[in-house]
Write a protein that binds this ligand. Structure first.
Ligand code: CA
Length: 598
């Protein structure tokens, strides 16, 4: 049965993707991403594997690791993302006010230049989940910064001087910028934030040389807005039909429909395709938006050059839990059930690990990567629909009545903190949350620029457990965990796997940990000055391998500490669950760079 179905869809995918052009591919970055001595894009490479072939630091000598040097950013609140390394320069970003530091590695990290944009600090109040920023991008001698106020700015990588800037959105209606830009071909791509403010999601491409807008693709609306072709754009192998981005909405609700695109974008240069996800539909009160709310909570495959949608897949139609679908799409070419396939693997907020054929958009697998997940029992691979558990519906009970014990909580079994994939072990390394919630929908009226949430949440660990976090090694073909490490708090740090047989990750208490990639045995740990919600990277300088990470606790999980909130249901429900974190660490951005001496 299964084999027949695959065969049928393979034919379809071959037809779909036959005429492929990569004429616009940016050759410089295509080469640079394979150079392990540098770290040229936030997720390490276009496939978003966060894997490095470096192995000077390995499972035998990692126990001797020590701090080589460190650097204070001088900025409090949450430091997500991680620095880039281009040649002898390291580029370090901060949360609002979005400073960028160019550190000269040939001068022990001396500051070559600093850039600090002028932004209205009113934007702080409309950033839902701390004033985070997930990093800068590099291409063609420029550094690209996506500011909190949505401005995209191109800086001369040598001097920090502004080459151009472009305004992507309007903070007056709650639109903000938190995502790292992605460079592909001659375009710089950015998504928007503001799903908690009734913002309509879009992905926008700008020319890297001029800052001129090339295309914009919305997550909902008519085909002219979503850049969908009713006949050619597919969902699970079938044409989407006309104006599918309006189909799952009542009246004009789609105009406040969320589906923001604040996560990561991957790129397959062989098919000139970008992949990213869209977030929650607006509001969080599902009763106010009957229908499937297309295309929120959706994996998108788009042509880089035109923005036209090739295929879509909606993971959580008519969301009732804020399970944003924005987590990274990891592109892996490997065997799947005896056949070489070009896969897209995605660990969603909703707790399912999706495996798709990225050429055709066929759904190959979907299994829970946290056993606590209880809002759905499984995903039907034929229809693509989650098999929902009726008791966990937040709509069924009606407004102002909480549904209790839903797992995962709104911040998901994993949030934006990106996974790592090691081709050496064939395993994914998942930085996980292990959190459940009570969810009480409330009626909310739309006021431009004000929160448009419509739900009160309370979060806590799964019943009978105390750990809010898990670090999991996952076999994507067996669709099973191989080992896991329980962590007291969420693992809100993007791990790094290397050919040294080591995986590095950070904890919210502030530990940088190195573990054996095969067994999970902890080989090294060091407590950095603040909790780690940043992503680990590695590079060489002067022939020597270094490992670098940003500390600086905050983000959604630590919003209580970052923004000084104290009520259990504050911070969209996160404050109560993570209250104990302040016993372990404090605010403050610091870069720590590690080496093995000798
Ligand atoms: Ca959201």
């Amino acid at each position: 049965m299964m084999k027949l179905r695959y065969a049928g869809l393979l034919c379809a995918s071959a037809m779909l993707l036959a005429p492929v052009s990569s004429a616009s591919a940016n050759d410089e970055l295509l080469t640079m991403q394979t150079d392990a001595s540098q770290w040229v894009m936030p997720l390490g490479n276009y496939s978003s594997t966060r894997f490095s072939t470096l192995k000077q630091i390995n499972r035998d000598n990692v126990k001797n690791m020590r701090v080589a040097w460190s650097f204070s950013t001088g900025v409090l609140r949450g430091h997500e993302g991680g620095p880039l390394v281009i040649g002898n320069m390291m580029y370090v970003h901060t949360p609002f006010p979005n400073k960028v530091f160019a550190l000269d590695l040939s001068k022990d990290g001396a500051i070559a230049w600093t850039y600090e944009p002028r932004q209205d600090n009113k934007v702080i109040a409309i950033m839902c989940c701390d004033t985070v920023n997930r990093g800068v991008a590099y291409a063609a001698g420029k550094i690209f910064l996506h500011q909190s106020d949505t401005t995209l700015v191109a800086l001369d990588a040598k001097t920090g001087k502004v080459a151009w800037s472009a305004v992507d959105g309007d903070p007056n209606v709650g639109e903000t910028g938190t995502s790292a830009p992605t460079i592909a071909g001659n375009l710089v791509l950015i998504g928007n934030s503001g799903g908690e403010f009734g913002v309509r999601g879009h992905m926008t491409a700008y020319d890297i040389a001029t800052g001129k807008q090339v295309w914009r693709a919305y997550s909902q609306g008519p085909d002219s807005d979503t850049l969908m072709d009713p006949k050619k754009t597919t969902v699970l192998g079938k044409a989407v039909g006309k104006d599918s981005g309006l189909a799952g909405w009542k009246g004009d609700q789609w105009k406040l429909g969320g589906g923001t695109t604040w996560g990561w974008t991957s790129f397959d240069p062989t098919t000139n395709t970008i992949f990213y996800g869209s977030g929650n539909p607006g509001t969080w009160n599902p009763a106010q938006r009957p229908g499937d709310n297309r295309w929120s909570m959706t994996i998108w495959a788009r042509d880089l050059t035109t923005g036209k949608a090739k295929w879509v897949y909606q993971m959580t139609p008519h969301d009732e839990w804020d399970y944003d679908g924005i987590n990274e799409m990891v592109l892996v070419d490997r065997q799947w059930k005896g056949k070489d396939r070009k896969l897209l693997v995605h660990f969603d907020r909703n707790g399912f690990a999706y495996v798709m054929d990225r050429m055709s958009g066929e759904l190959l697998g979907a299994e829970k990567f946290d056993p606590a997940v209880n809002w759905a029992s499984s995903v039907d691979l034929k229809t693509g629909l989650p098999v929902r558990v009726p008791e966990m519906s937040t709509e069924k009970t009606g407004e102002d009545i909480p549904t209790k014990g839903i797992c995962p909580a709104a911040l998901g079994s994993k949030d934006q903190q990106p996974v790592s994939y090691s081709p050496d072990t064939g395993l994914f390394y998942i930085p996980g949350n292990h959190v459940c919630m009570d969810y009480e929908p409330t009626k909310v009226a739309y006021v431009a620029g004000s929160p448009y949430v419509g739900a009160t949440l309370l979060m806590y660990p799964p019943k009978g457990e105390t750990n809010l976090g898990r670090f999991v090694a996952w076999d994507p073909v067996a669709q099973k965990s191989v080992w896991e490490i329980k962590e007291q708090f969420s693992v809100w740090s993007g791990p790094l796997a290397t050919s040294g047989g080591v995986v590095f990750y950070g904890t919210m208490e502030g530990y940088l940990k190195a573990v054996d990639a095969k067994t999970g045995e902890v080989l090294y740990r060091f407590k950095t000055p603040s909790g780690i919600i940043g992503n680990i990277n590695t590079y060489t300088f002067g022939g020597k391998q270094y490992v670098a990470v940003l500390s600086g606790v905050g983000g959604w999980a630590a919003i209580g500490m970052a923004a000084g909130l104290s009520g259990d249901t504050d911070g969209l429900g996160a404050v109560g669950a993570y209250r104990g974190l302040s016993d372990y660490t404090n605010l403050g951005g610091t870069l720590t760079v590690f080496e093995v001496p000798g």
